[in-house]
Design a protein around this ligand. Sequence first.
Ligand SMILES: C=CC1=C(C)c2cc3[nH]c(cc4nc(cc5[nH]c(cc1n2)c(C)c5CCC(=O)O)C(CCC(=O)O)=C4C)c(C)c3C=C
Ligand SMILES: [Fe+2]
Length: 417
Amino acid sequence: MSDTVSNIEMSRRRLLGTVGAAGAAGLALGAVGGAAGYAAAEESDSGAALTDVGATEVMFHGKHQPGITTSMQSRGHLVAFDLAPGAGRKEAASLMRRWSAAAQKLMAGEPVASGGQDTGIALDAGPSSLTVTFGFGRGFFDRTGLVAQRPAQLDPLPAFSADRLDAARSNGDLWVQIGANDGLVAFHALRALQKEAGAAARVRWQMNGFNRSPGATAKPMTTRNLMGQIDGTDNPKPSDPDFDRRIFVPESGKPEWMAGGSYAVVRRIRMLLDDWERLPLDKQEKVIGRKKSDGAPLSGGTETTKMDLDKTGPDGGLVIPLNAHARISAPEANGGAAMLRRPFSYHDGIGSDGVPDAGLLFICWQADPLRGFVPVQRKLDRGDALSAFIRHEASGLFAVPGAPRSGEYVGQRLLES
Ligand SMILES: C=CC1=C(C)c2cc3[nH]c(cc4nc(cc5[nH]c(cc1n2)c(C)c5CCC(=O)O)C(CCC(=O)O)=C4C)c(C)c3C=C
Ligand SMILES: [Fe+2]
């Protein structure tokens, strides 16, 4: 069962079980609410929950860690930690044990007494689809004396010509991805995990992101990014026959501790919004190869229609230009290379250059970065029309093990091997 299915079941059970029939009758179910949902929510004065957003719980245990195939959440925090000077394998194991116990409680909507007492930031809220995902960076294996267990997939990413990477905001020994459909719930988890790190690890960098709030659109839709494009249409789907093979390390895969795991590539990609917004709509659409209004390919149809890469217009030219982002990044153009993109937008105010410091916290998941991100980015780096409007400013690559079994902590099979 996917964690999304169990979310829905869990949230329905919680709604009916804890809110009671009178409240449940007037509820707007966030996932399917639509226009009728808004009316019900606005009119509800019974004191019952207005939606099931808060009640939805994602499971901590399972085959894969949460936060990979989980539906995108409206708030995200990405934090990289370095192990503190003097901390090694023993301290790392103890940290992962503490973090896993805290994450399990947080995801169940329970308080955590990190450093004495719960901060109270998430009091009153339900789990709100909180997920906490843990990964290990290349340096982790040096620090813990586990170099022999380091997967080749964590070899540094190649340099790309358009990279303008800030080393201080790149990589890190440990990576934590927090996502939730409530800002306070997400911050509560962030704070608890930072405190739980104690003297064992120090924050190296932190990035904060956001997406659409559940229920913001009248019907469920693929989200938009800060350039206004519908972004995520052609993601691999869990129902695709080769989804697991592309995104997750198989049970028989190597190293054994990565069974059921995945590799996360994280890129902080700044959008040059002033330049982008000056571009007329028809040119913006040619940059991507899709319409801005509904995400349909320029070759016709609706958002989910397959792109016709050979279609020509009245002038004889290709309707999806040769340098269109969607053409260049398509699996067919990259020997089948595919990744699951699950980003957050970010906005960190106005940069020192006077333009918005805003863009995409691009996170993609794959069983092997050399068969996912790397070949696609190599190709985009050479000829993507979008390159003129974006700048890669930070980068990270992390091994994200499978979910722990009941009673285990994340990474136990590595740290106690
Ligand atoms: C190396 C991988 C990719 C990077 C980096 C990347 C950055 C990036 N993309 C957009 C906006 C869109 N991307 C779209 C499709 C798309 N992008 C990638 C890969 C990277 N994007 C892939 C593999 C695909 C799917 C291609 C396909 O199979 O057809 C789209 C179109 C809609 C969609 O399918 O999601 C948009 C829009 C931005 C703004 C960006 C950097 C800021
Ligand atoms: Fe893209």
